[in-house]
Design a protein around this ligand. Structure first.
Ligand SMILES: Nc1nc2c(ncn2[C@@H]2O[C@H](COP(=O)(O)OP(=O)(O)OP(=O)(O)O)[C@@H](O)[C@H]2O)c(=O)[nH]1
Length: 299
């Protein structure tokens, strides 16, 4: 877990602590300690867990989301909820004199306000998700599994791609497969360094995604090799697409470090078609072999 992400939310952290401090101060300054024999420990455990879990949720939200409207509302709502939860826990250890009895009467109101704020947050979260879905459409293809994303390219890994391709194959959907390999990438790494190689892989991945239709799916197959699944298109169209993609990559003027000199690089590709009679593994093996054989012919 990366707790350093919390530092992006200094304002929200201060707000959470303020609400927490306010609840504790109100209880301590107005309550009188109960006799320990009167404490209902089962209630303490139940209400204490709610309080602790709410704090865990607040931490999880701040660690997983960038600052913004949705994050702010979620944290604010949870903080209000936590305010009530804290009063509830303190209630088990203290009682209030008649003068401050209002405290136990109003203790659930912040929780209700918190739920309303969180409902508003969920509405905006939904809107945000719709926008993100549009952005991710060409990477996810109706299914999400964040643990299968390649860290360097931010594309899905081969296993994810295989599972989606097998689904199409089982459904008998016509689909083209394009495999793409960067030419002389080991040389690129040697010349500009591994970190620049990683950056180049990332840029190429973005370019591939940019060239796809919304229904296509690109994945990092291995090393400098990518595989693309294109439902409902024939071999001719896939070859046309592959040529366009090769052309796009050839025209990318990559800049290494602070240099202004452009580095132009190339890729090569082969295309195939999903077939019921040929297994996916056999087809990929054939396409990879073709790519390896074509390696010598590339200048
Ligand atoms: N920077 C970087 N390099 C990688 C990564 N994965 C694999 N590589 C490198 O990619 C290179 C692939 O080498 P080869 O399979 O010989 O491919 P190539 O040099 O492009 O040769 P051809 O495909 O025949 O043109 C190797 O040097 C690997 O070290 C990665 O994640 N980051």
């Amino acid at each position: 877990m990366d707790f350093s992400l919390l530092t992006r939310h200094r304002g929200l952290l201060a707000f959470v602590m303020l609400v927490f401090g306010l609840a504790v101060t109100l209880c301590i300054s107005n309550g009188q300690l109960k006799d320990m024999a009167d404490v209902e420990w089962l209630d303490v455990i139940g209400e204490g867990s709610v309080c602790l879990l709410t704090l865990c949720w607040i931490t999880a939200v701040m660690m997983s989301r960038p600052p913004g409207k949705v994050t702010g509302l979620l944290v604010a709502g949870l903080s209000f909820f936590n305010f009530s939860a804290l009063l509830d826990v303190f209630d088990e250890f203290t009682f209030y004199s008649d003068a401050v009895h209002w405290l136990s009467v109003v203790e659930s109101i912040p929780a209700a306000v918190g739920m309303v704020v969180m409902s508003v947050a969920l509405y905006f979260w939904h809107q945000e998700q719709l926008a993100l879905n549009k952005q991710l459409q060409r990477r996810e293809m109706w299914y999400r599994a964040h643990d299968q994303i390649d860290v360097i390219t931010q594309l899905y890994r081969a296993d994810y791609w295989r599972a989606r391709a097998m689904e199409l194959q089982e459904q008998g959907v016509e689909a083209a497969v394009v495999v793409l390999d960067i030419n002389d990438f080991s040389e690129f790494n040697l010349r500009y360094g591994h970190a620049e190689g990683d950056r180049f892989l990332r840029e190429i991945s973005q370019l591939i995604v940019m060239n796809l239709r919304a229904v296509d799916l690109a994945c990092r197959y291995a090393g400098d090799r990518f595989v693309i699944l294109m439902p409902e298109i024939g071999a001719g169209q896939a070859e046309e697409f592959a040529k366009q993609l090769e052309c796009s990559v050839r025209n990318v003027a990559f800049k290494s470090g602070g240099q202004t000199t452009a580095i132009f690089h190339s890729v090569r590709s082969v295309c195939g078609q999903l077939q019921q009679q040929v297994t996916l593994a056999e087809m990929l093996c054939g396409l990879n072999r073709q790519l390896d054989e074509s390696s010598q012919q590339v200048a």
